[in-house]
Write a protein that binds this ligand. Structure first.
Ligand SMILES: Cc1ncc(COP(=O)(O)O)c(C=O)c1O
Length: 405
């Protein structure tokens, strides 16, 4: 039976580590190879494994483990599992989500190239594209109304090296039309790179909708407990192999084996957690939408969300990140955060535990007022990552804190 035929709920538990491998390695749970290097049975074998060209040509990939910056038995299982879940030909596990994004970007680029990116992205991605890459001679065209496909069309040319979209986006939950953006990328013979962190492959499969590359911050939902920093790049097999041979080993982006091992444990419950996250977030979003001290709630699961129909079409559920604008100034937002008794203020999302933050003064604090305005981040905006606790307790905590402002 091919792994490709298995349901994702099965793959998240045993993808990349089926019956045969677990018997061969005499371990029911995936083994942790917490080692920097992997000894060879002979000098001849070492020489043969290092002849990567021959390995790739003859077998389509490395035929032995070398050094953890290049490959590792635990990372291998994690990468196979994520590639299966995303529907890609291969994956590379990286030290963080940003390591995945910067590597995927640099892989495509030379000085003089141009890229087209949405401004509704996590702030470090936005700054990488709009401030850092231009220092190396890359021209970045920022689409500041990314729901407007005409704006993308205006920016993309046959020289565009890639388009980048994060959907749903952090923190205002913009939803990008993946099929249309992928069609556009195809028609200009460019690549569409998608940040799928907030949906995860359980709720959304960009590669099946025509995207070329998916990146994820594994630090979030995929690992699920807020214990590790990690990322992953997923694409077709030749793309991943070429990246492994060059950028991956040169930039030293590999995920730590222990982090891959913890992430494998986290992945086992991804489907169940995403269901519960989504169920809880909808309840909380509905409560907030009806609250008199809340002006606006951004959550793609609400019918009031401008891209609700699109989100329903391309996602299985709506995940757990939401944001809302309180009726008041920054001081009121702070008062609200300081009045919460259960939900901590922390710059994180996608863990079992709920967390809140004030994006304008924390994660997005380096953006100018105009950039904040364009990205829809006001001084009264609160971001909430809804966990898997009992929703009644969360609502009670939010209600109590809202009554203090
Ligand atoms: C949507 C999204 N993508 C990427 C990242 C970066 O991930 P990491 O913190 O693992 O580098 C984040 C982090 O907050 C994020 O929210």
């Amino acid at each position: 039976m091919s792994e490709k035929d298995l349901d994702q709920r099965t793959l998240q538990v045993m993808g990349g580590y089926g019956l045969e491998k677990s018997v061969e390695r005499e371990s029911l749970a995936p083994p942790l190879a917490q080692s920097v290097a992997h000894p060879f049975e002979s000098a001849e074998k070492a020489e043969w494994v290092f002849d990567t060209e021959a390995n790739y040509e003859e077998y389509g990939g490395l035929q032995g483990y070398i050094y953890t910056r290049e490959n590792n038995p635990t990372l291998d299982i994690f990468e196979d599992r994520v590639a299966l879940l995303e529907g890609g030909g291969g994956a590379l596990a990286t030290s963080s989500g940003m390591a995945a994004i910067s590597m995927a970007a640099l892989f495509e680029l030379e000085a003089g190239d141009e890229i087209v990116v949405s401004n509704h992205t996590y702030t470090c991605s936005f700054e990488l594209f709009s401030r850092t890459l231009p220092r190396f001679g890359v021209e970045t065209k920022v689409v500041d109304r990314p729901h407007d496909l005409a704006q993308w069309e205006e920016a993309v040319t046959n020289d565009t090296k890639f388009m980048f979209v994060e959907t749903p986006s952090n923190p205002v939950l913009y939803v990008g039309d993946l099929e249309k953006l992928a069609e556009m990328a195809d028609s200009y013979e460019t690549k569409l790179i998608v940040d799928n962190t907030i949906a995860t492959p359980v709720l959304q499969k960009p590669l099946e909708m025509g995207a070329d590359v998916v990146i994820e911050s594994v630090s979030k939902y995929m690992s699920g407990n807020g214990t590790i920093l990690g990322g992953v790049v997923v694409g077709d097999d030749p793309y991943i192999q070429e990246m492994r041979r060059l950028e991956y080993i040169q930039y030293g982006n590999a995920m730590a084996p222990f982090n891959a091992w913890l992430s494998l444990l986290g992945l086992e419950s991804l489907d169940m957690r995403m269901k519960k996250h989504s169920e809880n977030a909808l309840k909380v979003a509905e409560f907030l939408e009806d609250h008199e001290r809340v002006n606006r709630v951004n959550y793609p699961g609400l019918e009031s969300h401008p891209h609700h129909d699109l989100a329903k079409k391309q996602m299985k559920d709506f995940s757990s990140l939401l944001s809302f604008e309180i009726d008041g100034a920054k001081e009121d937002a702070f008062e609200f955060l300081n009045s919460l008794e259960l939900i901590p203020t922390a710059t994180h999302e996608g863990s079992s535990r709920s967390v809140v933050c004030h994006p304008a003064s924390t994660i997005f604090h380096r953006l100018t007022d105009d950039e904040l305005l364009d990205a829809g981040i006001s001084k009264g905006l609160i971001r909430l990552s809804v966990g898997i606790e009992a929703p009644g307790d969360l609502v009670e905590d939010l209600d109590r804190a809202l009554s203090r402002i």
